[in-house]
Ligand binder design. Structure first.
Ligand code: PLP
Length: 495
């Protein structure tokens, strides 16, 4: 494809993207294709001869769009949102154009320096403790996902604990002690922490223990619960080296008791690394009314949230902040001769390869920069406030049919979690079955897309309508669909 062909193709692609996004409100959110739908419609191998864009582009609408789940639809209310905006898409375009895997500062100074600046902007806007800003010993780095952030800090935490417990030892004695300590390390997370913590512990090669978080505490992990599990670990000879605390759990958007957890760790004399996973709800910290939570991050080792969930930025843009950047760089920096240069050697620059697992990295800061400038802080705040209000609106609708809906939690950060009540009230298993049937029927219809969860043994439906294009009318329609299906399925249940 030459310049003229690119110009023509890009114009046409952009027009198509705009009309696709315009069409979203009227599309089914969920695709109806069956597994394996695509391969039979494609040739069995690479075309031998080059194809013009005019031949390629029609296949988007014909083959790809039918197999899409429309995450950008205003009727997408499942999981958590994954935003994409035009400002952010332009960032992706430039990132692709510059094609610069800037693992070292020297590989493209602008890419590294912009990342440091925008992450400091974000930290400041969210009133994160200054220990996370780059001016001190901390700083931020853009990772691909919240899960990647968990694994990255978990590895740093593991090595920090091993180093502490083997300090002063050398040679074979050290080797033996390292092996012994490694086998006893345990990562902790609440029963409502994202599965990324369990997965991270598997990747880090350590034990993993779950801390219960019940309905009584709103599914939030408390200091007392942490203490109980720490005591059990001690009895079993395990050494807690890492803990995930969550700001906005996946099931219900619960916020763990940060102060209680810090106090417990202090009292128990545990210097485990505490990572705050705020993958979705962290975005709310751009609003002053949520910044009491930012203050509670003081003393935490790391904090991560995804701009690509609720803050108007395309996947991927996960912002990880650490209190001591050397805790990452001292573990993840391996420097063969070909990665050396005068700036890195003299410690004059940041090389983000030392803050992450892969070597190469995308220019993700540019889309963040575009979003921050195109919306401004006021735009980000009004987006969060507007969608939080939508959550409250949905909750008020649910309450107007208290005979049909039970509220498990929320509205919390735009998420409301509901059950369907059987008539007459009956055993939990029957209620769970009823809610499950309603949930499955609603998604089969495909007009809106929701996700389920099970909390405290209760099967529930999560509703989070927080896309930039979602309006009251969409949440009202979602509620109507739930009412229609709920009444229908409940009527069919045997008395
Ligand atoms: N942490 C929490 C609390 C989440 O809700 C999610 C996903 O929804 C994740 C982590 C995983 O995010 P990612 O896909 O960025 O790894």
């Amino acid at each position: 494809m030459d310049e003229d062909q690119f110009r023509k193709a890009a114009h046409s692609a952009i027009e198509e993207i705009i009309s696709y996004r315009r069409s979203l409100p009227s599309r089914r959110v969920l695709s109806t294709v069956q597994p394996g739908y695509l391969a039979p419609q494609l040739p069995p191998s690479i075309p031998t001869e080059p194809e013009p864009w005019d031949a390629i582009q029609p296949d988007i609408d014909k083959l790809i769009v039918p197999g899409l789940t429309h995450w950008a639809s205003p009727n997408f209310m499942a999981f958590f949102p994954a935003h994409s905006t035009y400002a952010s898409m332009l960032g992706e375009l430039y990132s692709a154009a510059f094609s610069a895997p800037a693992f070292n500062w020297l590989c493209s100074p602008a890419i590294t320096e912009l990342e440091t600046v925008v992450l400091d902007w974000v930290a400041k806007a969210m009133a994160l403790p200054e220990s996370f800003w780059s001016k001190g010993e901390g700083g931020g780095v853009v990772q691909g996902s919240a899960s990647e952030a968990v694994v990255t800090v978990m590895v740093a935490a593991r090595e920090r604990m091993i180093n502490r417990l083997t300090e002063g030892l050398e040679g074979k004695e050290k080797e033996a002690k390292v092996a012994e300590v490694r086998g006893r390390l345990v990562a902790l997370g609440s029963e409502h922490s994202h599965s990324a913590t369990h997965k991270g512990a598997i990747i880090a090669g350590t034990h993993f223990r779950i801390i219960p978080a019940s309905k009584e505490t709103g599914f939030a992990m408390t200091g007392e619960a942490v203490e109980r599990v720490i005591k059990e670990c001690e009895k079993d000879g395990l050494i807690p080296y890492y803990l995930t605390a969550t700001l906005g759990t996946t099931s219900t958007c619960a916020v763990d008791d940060f102060e209680g957890i810090k106090e417990t760790l202090r009292r128990c004399g545990k210097d485990a690394w505490v990572h705050v996973d705020a993958a979705y709800a962290g975005a709310a910290l751009v609003c002053e009314e949520y910044q009491h939570l930012s203050k509670q991050l003081e003393g935490m080792d790391s904090f991560d949230f995804n701009m690509h969930k609720w803050l108007l930025t395309n996947f991927d843009a996960s912002c990880l902040y650490v209190r001591h950047r050397t805790s990452l760089t001292s573990v993840l920096s391996i420097t063969p001769p070909f990665l050396r240069n005068q700036f890195s050697d003299h410690g004059l620059v940041t090389d983000y390869r030392d803050w992450q697992i892969p070597l190469g990295r995308r220019f993700r800061a540019i889309k963040i920069w575009f979003v921050l400038r195109a919306y401004g802080l006021s735009g980000l705040q009004s987006h969060i406030r507007r969608t939080v209000k939508l959550g409250q609106y949905f909750h008020s609708l649910v309450q107007s049919r208290a005979d049909l809906f039970g509220v498990v939690s929320g509205p919390q950060f735009a998420l409301t979690v509901v059950t369907i009540k059987p008539l007459p009230p009956t055993a939990r298993a029957v209620q769970n079955e009823l809610t499950r049937k309603v949930y499955e029927t609603v998604n089969k219809r495909g007009e809106v897309y929701l996700t389920n969860t099970v909390v405290g043994g209760v099967y529930a439906i999560r509703v989070v309508g927080a896309n930039p294009t979602t309006q009251e009318e969409h949440l009202r329609r979602c509620w109507e669909v739930l009412v229609e299906v709920g009444d229908e399925v409940r009527g069919e249940m045997p008395p």
